[in-house]
Design a protein around this ligand. Structure first.
Ligand SMILES: NC(=O)c1ccc[n+]([C@@H]2O[C@H](COP(=O)([O-])OP(=O)(O)OC[C@H]3O[C@@H](n4cnc5c(N)ncnc54)[C@H](O)[C@@H]3O)[C@@H](O)[C@H]2O)c1
Length: 346
C-alpha cells in the first residue's frame, strides 16, 4: 500500500475551507498534517473544522518543519507564485489556486521549479472538473458536434466580498492583481482554451461599472482562435445576480449548452448556416446537474495525477496559457486595440 501523503494548506480562508481542507481531510491515503495563515482565527478554524494537526503563521516555517508531500496554495493572488515555488522547492506536489500567478515572469519561475523538482502541480481550474464540462470535453474531442466555430462563456455573481471572502483583498490591486476579468475571467478563458485550443488574438473591455473599487468589476472579451476558424466571447462580472452561468459551444454538427443552473443539453443535427441543406435538429438533456464534481473532486483529482506522475494538461502550462490571454485582454482594454499573442508562449 502506498504511504500516506502528508498534506499542508497555505491560506485557510473560504476556498481552503470549501475545497482544500475538507478535500484532504476525507481523501483516503492523505493525512492533513498542517496549515498556515497569518490570521489566528483562520488557523483555529482549520484545526476545529478539519482536524489539522499543527498550524503556523508563516508558510516558510511550515514548509521547513513538516516535510510535506502535497501543498495547496489558497492565499490572495499576490502570493501564489512565491508560495508555489517554495512548496515545490521543499519537495511537495502543489494544488495551486487560480490565477496561477500575476505575470508571465512568475509563470516562468513556477515552470522552472516544476521542471527542477519533478513534482506535479495542478492549477485549480475547478470548472474543468464539473461533470458536465468533462462530458462536453469528451463530446467535442469525439467529434459529436463537428468542428467548434463559436464558444461563449458567462460567469458572474455579486462579487467576492462581502459574502464569500474573509476580507476585501479581492478589491485591492496590490493583492488581487486584477478584478473580475482576472478572478472569473481566468476560469472562462481556461474553458475557451480547453475546448477550442490556443488563441491568436484578443479584444477586450474591462471596466469599473458599478462598484466603488479600483479594479474592473465587469468585462467582455472576444477571442480569435489560432485555427482561424473559431471565435469566442466571454462575459464576466462582479455586480449581477448569477443569472445564466455556463458555457456554450457551437459546432458544424451540433452544439452543447452547459447551463450551470438548468442542465446540460446536446443538440445534434445537420447545421447548415447557408440554409442549402435541410436542418434536422434534436436536443437531448445530458445532465440535469452539470456542476456536480468540481470543488468536491479536485483534491482526489490531484492525488490521482500524483499517483499517475502526470499533470495530464491541468498543470502550469495551462495556468500560464490562460494568464497570458487575461493579460492580453487587459492590454487590449487599456489601449483600445486588438492584441495579438506571441507565438510559443503560455
Ligand atoms: N477555484 C475557485 O473556484 C476559487 C474560488 C474562490 C477563490 N479562489 C482563489 O483562492 C484564493 C483565496 O481566495 P479566498 O476566496 O479563499 O479568499 P479569503 O479571503 O477567504 O482567504 C484568503 C486567506 O489567505 C490568508 N492570507 C493572507 N495573506 C496570506 C499569506 N501571505 N500567506 C498565507 N495566507 C495568507 C488570509 O488570512 C485568508 O484566510 C484566491 O487566489 C482566489 O482566486 C478560487
Amino acid at each position: 500500500m502506498a504511504k500516506k501523503l502528508r498534506a499542508g494548506v497555505i491560506g485557510c480562508g473560504s476556498i481552503a475551507q470549501a475545497l482544500h481542507l475538507p478535500g484532504y481531510a476525507r481523501q483516503p491515503g492523505v493525512a492533513l498534517v498542517a496549515a498556515c495563515d497569518p490570521d489566528k482565527k483562520r488557523r483555529a478554524e482549520a484545526v476545529g473544522g478539519f482536524g489539522v494537526e499543527r498550524t503556523y503563521a508563516d508558510y516558510r516555517e511550515m514548509l521547513a518543519v513538516e516535510e510535506l508531500d502535497v501543498v495547496s496554495v489558497c492565499s490572495p493572488n499576490r502570493f501564489h507564485a512565491e508560495q508555489a515555488v517554495a512548496a515545490l522547492q521543499a519537495g511537495a506536489h502543489v494544488l495551486l489556486e487560480k490565477p496561477a500567478a500575476l505575470s508571465m515572469k512568475e509563470i516562468d519561475r513556477i515552470k522552472a521549479a516544476v521542471r527542477k523538482s519533478g513534482k506535479i502541480l495542478i492549477v485549480g481550474y475547478s470548472h474543468r472538473f464539473h461533470r458536465g464540462n468533462l462530458k462536453a470535453k469528451k463530446l467535442v474531442e469525439s467529434g459529436a458536434i463537428g468542428e467548434p466555430y463559436m464558444i461563449r462563456v458567462r460567469f458572474a455573481h455579486m462579487g467576492p466580498f462581502p459574502g464569500w471572502a474573509k476580507s476585501d483583498w479581492f478589491y485591492k490591486p496590490e493583492l488581487a492583481g486584477g478584478g473580475a476579468l482576472l478572478d472569473m475571467g481566468i476560469h472562462a478563458i481556461d474553458q475557451c482554451l480547453w475546448f477550442c485550443g490556443p488563441v491568436r488574438s484578443v479584444q477586450a473591455t474591462a471596466v469599473t461599472l458599478r462598484k466603488d473599487i479600483q479594479l474592473d468589476d465587469n468585462a467582455v472579451v472576444q477571442l480569435e482562435f489560432a485555427n482561424g476558424k473559431t471565435l469566442g466571447y466571454i462575459e464576466v462580472g462582479w455586480t449581477s445576480p448569477t443569472g445564466f452561468n455556463g458555457v456554450e459551444i457551437m459546432g458544424d454538427g451540433g452544439s452543447i449548452l452547459i447551463d450551470y443552473a438548468n442542465g446540460m443539453t446536446l443538440t445534434t443535427g445537420k447545421v447548415t448556416p447557408n440554409l442549402k441543406a435541410r436542418v434536422q435538429r434534436k436536443t437531448r438533456l445530458l445532465d440535469p446537474k452539470p456542476t456536480t464534481g468540481g470543488w468536491s473532486i479536485e483534491v482526489a483529482e490531484l492525488v490521482k495525477h500524483i499517483r499517475m506522475k502526470s499533470d495530464r494538461g491541468h498543470g502550469i502550462d495551462a495556468g500560464g496559457a490562460a494568464l497570458q490571454v487575461a493579460l492580453a485582454a487587459y492590454e487590449s482594454s487599456r489601449t483600445g486595440r486588438r492584441v495579438k499573442l506571441m507565438r510559443g508562449r503560455g
